[in-house]
Design a protein around this ligand. Structure first.
Ligand SMILES: *Cc1c(COP(=O)(O)O)cnc(C)c1O
Ligand code: SF4
Length: 455
């Protein structure tokens, strides 16, 4: 690889204990500082020096989207919850009192969205495989244990319980042995997705320890390996100047040389994240390995809820050779009251952006809800026989037969999630609901744990 004039700056992480050392700290007034203390008791908080120095525009806080993306905001808690925690902090309450209040608040914030029934964790000869999820026929998700954290934490992250220091990590595999055996017995699986957290938080050697057994076993039906990551946005040096950057790229080349499609599923929430030259260099280096970069993001209020932002996001991505893949609807968990965008507005933003860019960027699907029955896309708003409706379809379904069938919900300008929608035309329920109940009842017999993923 070529020599770089760029040096890797020192990676420094900040959280509620040391955020006074953030470069933009002087822009925060006493109320801002106290609010960060309060909200970060409930939601894990982590930001790094690159984000603080290169991405956040401190002269525009608190509205700056990168600030909203990474620093806890007072509106993320209800006034009531905020005051509860604030009072305890002001009174210097005993740690146990604070902890139990925080726990009660968290428990009310739907910490495990999209069906806590154990629908996705597969089994092998009767044993549950920790760190694997198999929800849709073709794709298995793999959560390597060493990849269950991130370079920084997005304020909207739906995996927030996984990042709490006092929570056991729910989905993580210590190695890939079970994965390899599972793939051997499931020839319907063509896609493997490494996910987290962020698997690229691992150094190359560690990542290779998870990947090698798969490459060596060479499952004949496995065509695609995806890696879901926010590293391009939060720590692009990962691919350019980190000590193991070249080693990581060699590993990617090996996957491609093995005849597989390697897709980096990059999370970009705002065009600003693609502006620094170091990101563009990282993108070029990844693409040089033969890997494809696809992109995805949820639509989040205060961060990217405008047509202009999405138009620019996708336009810039096409320009850099990235393939726009998904616009997600913000999930019904955590601070979703603060971040949610009604489905009707989400569709407007999607349509406004996608119709104003090159056809090459119209590969993005969405707005899509990763709900318990599957990924449901808003296809449009229509009048049918005098009734205003949402036209919907499954992009992925627990039952593959549900996929691509159009179905309709009553128009509701406020609804922001599948569970808030009612069937149109006086139907009692959606076509999949009976079957979904049966699937759930079956799974009750098995285990009681589940989480979902989007990459
Ligand atoms: C989105 C998703 C996938 C991948 O679906 P594609 O349509 O192949 O992108 C796989 N598993 C789960 C659980 C998902 O949420
Ligand atoms: S990159 Fe993904 S997993 Fe990590 S904090 Fe952000 S949303 Fe959560």
């Amino acid at each position: 690889m070529s020599q770089h004039t760029t040096q890797t700056p020192r990676f420094r992480a900040f959280d509620e204990r040391n955020f006074e050392q953030l470069s933009g700290f002087s822009n925060l007034n006493a109320d801002d500082r106290f609010a960060i203390q309060v909200v970060s008791r409930v939601f894990p908080f982590r930001v790094n020096s690159y984000i603080a120095d290169e991405l956040i525009d401190w002269s525009h806080i608190p509205n700056d989207p990168m600030y909203q993306l990474t620093v806890p905001q007072p509106g993320m808690l209800s006034t009531e919850d905020f005051d509860k925690v604030a009072d305890l902090l002001r009174q210097d309450a005993p740690p146990e009192t604070l902890a139990s209040t925080v726990l009660a608040i968290r428990t009310n914030l739907n910490p495990h969205p999209a069906g806590q029934v154990s629908l996705n964790v597969p089994q092998l000869s009767g044993d549950r495989l920790p760190g694997l999820q198999h929800k849709y026929r073709e794709t298995v998700l793999f959560f390597p244990q060493a990849g269950q954290t991130c370079h920084a934490y997005c304020t909207f992250c739906f995996r927030w319980p996984q990042f709490l220091t006092d929570s056991e990590v729910r989905f993580s595999a210590p190695d890939s042995e079970g994965l390899v055996r599972y793939l051997g017995q499931h020839p319907e699986v063509t896609d493997l997705l490494f996910t987290g957290g962020d698997p690229l938080i691992m150094n190359a050697r560690l990542f290779e320890r998870y990947l090698n057994p798969v490459l060596n076993a060479d499952p004949p039906m496995l065509e695609t390996i995806r890696i879901g990551t926010k590293a391009l946005s939060y720590w692009p040096y990962r691919f350019v100047t980190d000590p193991d950057a070249d080693e990581l790229l060699r590993l990617m080349e090996r996957v491609v040389a093995g005849g597989r499609h390697l897709a980096i599923m990059a999370h970009f929430n705002h065009p600003r994240e693609m502006a620094p030259p170091i990101v563009q260099e990282a993108i070029a280096r990844i693409r040089n390995t033969g890997a494809q970069i696809r992109t995805q993001s949820p639509l989040v209020r205060h961060i990217n809820d405008s047509t202009e932002v999405w138009r620019e996001l996708w336009r810039k991505q096409v320009n850099l050779g990235l393939v726009p893949y998904y616009m997600f609807v913000e999930r019904d968990t955590g601070a979703s009251q603060y971040f949610r965008v009604p489905l009707a507005r989400a569709w407007d933003i999607y349509r406004g952006a996608i119709t104003s860019i090159s056809g090459l960027g119209r590969t993005a699907r969405g707005p899509s809800m990763s709900a318990n029955p599957g990924k449901v896309e808003i296809q449009g708003i229509a009048w049918i026989n005098g009734e205003k409706v949402f036209a919907l379809r499954f992009i992925q379904g627990r039952n593959p037969d549900w996929v691509q069938r159009p179905f309709f919900a009553k128009y509701d300008p406020e609804a922001a999630w599948l569970t808030e929608l009612k069937p149109a035309f006086g139907e009692k329920e959606f076509f999949f609901e009976q079957e979904m109940r049966e699937i759930a009842a079956q799974a009750e017999h098995q285990y009681d744990e589940d989480e979902e993923e989007d990459q």
